[in-house]
Design a protein around this ligand. Sequence first.
Ligand SMILES: Cc1ncc(C[n+]2csc(CCOP(=O)(O)OP(=O)(O)O)c2C)c(N)n1
Length: 468
Amino acid sequence: MLSFSKALFLAGLCAVDAIAIPKNLKGDLYDIGTQEHLFPLLAGSGPYFSHPEDYGIPIDPPAGCEISQIQLLARHGERYPTKSKAAKLFKTWDKILNYPRNLNGSLSFVDEDYEFFIQDISNLEQETTLENSVNAINPYTGEMDAKKHAQEFLAQYGDFLEDNREFAVFAASSKRVHDTAQYFIHSLGDKFNISLNVVSEDPSSGANTLSPGYSCPAWNPDENDDILGNFSTDYLKELATRLNGENHGLNLTTKDAYNLFDWCAYELNARGYSEICNVFTPEELIHYSYYNDLVAYYQDGPGYPMIQAVGALYFNASIKLLQQSEQLDQKVWLSFTHDTDILNYLTTVGLFDNGKDLDPSRIPFTDQVFHKSWMIPQGARVYTQKYQCSNDFFIRYVVNDAVIPLQNCSDGPGFSCEAKKFYEYADQRVASQDFFEVCNVSSVSNTTQLTFFWDWNTTHYNATLLDE
Ligand SMILES: Cc1ncc(C[n+]2csc(CCOP(=O)(O)OP(=O)(O)O)c2C)c(N)n1
């Protein structure tokens, strides 16, 4: 197997190439934007897209209602692959790069001045930015996503923010999460006085965390492997067989075939366009996407009962903030974290759960409300709106630009849930869900409570940033 550095060298990274403008990047100018229909099929690894179903409900509170509190739980923006994912991608890339003859068929683009999209391993784990993008015309950087999101936030909540210009923002201590929060804050501009609090992801933080996944030693990734193992991998076999058929002796395995989907997603984040995305049939993309829905459902969603307790950590804090909104000076609560933590929280809220477990033996299509990529794409944003209409308060959720009404409580204005009814509903969801107990947190920490929303002013939250 090739070493990491050799792979990078072969990928055309030697300094002498720096001035030449590769042909394929010129082509990007015309091709960027043509692959957005694929984003929902890329398991949340590709660029941000709005929730495809918005029920026609405007995200502005109805006329006559006024916002009284806003909460946001957001994922970091578009990023390069993690180190562990990149190691897998390089194995597959090495195989293709070292193929001794010309590549035919859908992989022939590799022989046409193609340069692999991971050009500098120091970018792994990090946000994509204008500066580190493979192509500077890439419109899908995490940096731009966060800055645009902040401008949309300003446009959406401008009037409310007029009187709420000073607040604390919270980010988990992964560098990409922190950077997203920082881009967002910078984009808000200098009319705001914002203190960014970096909350440690270390398991020793216990319950005082924005990333409960890292504080949960009892979570078992293999818990539902028996169910997931029932999903057919024929789509990967067919893909590998087709590409090997075009290039005799290439010997791509089903693992290689799987890696191609990640290559596609992350290249879109880093370059804006990806030739490898064009090798898949619609059927292969749909099977890949549904497989990832299954994994998310059974590892971090409603298919794994302990997740209710994991998501209850943030949900409990959110409920408390909503209940205290009239007493608290701070009315805007913006937090940034990782995908699975948001998914765990949405699971406890119960927003995308119709009570029917996802079936590993068939794709349910019209019967499916749980779509991983719709909930947690790169740059995902889950807003909780509390607003007042006359003398009453109402609560509802806006997930990735779409109002998602609660299944059993949506008869308030704007399909919201009246506050008292909401608290009853929420209390049922978190009843007997004990994060500390269920996750066996005591084996890694003595910290039993999430307090940073209330003690940030006196406790200094400035954890060391992590490249993970
Ligand atoms: C409840 C739970 N505990 C632990 C894990 C293990 N785990 C896998 S990914 C992850 C967090 C970061 O994941 P990543 O895929 O890098 O997300 P991103 O930063 O892209 O949002 C954790 C804690 C988990 N998925 N779920």
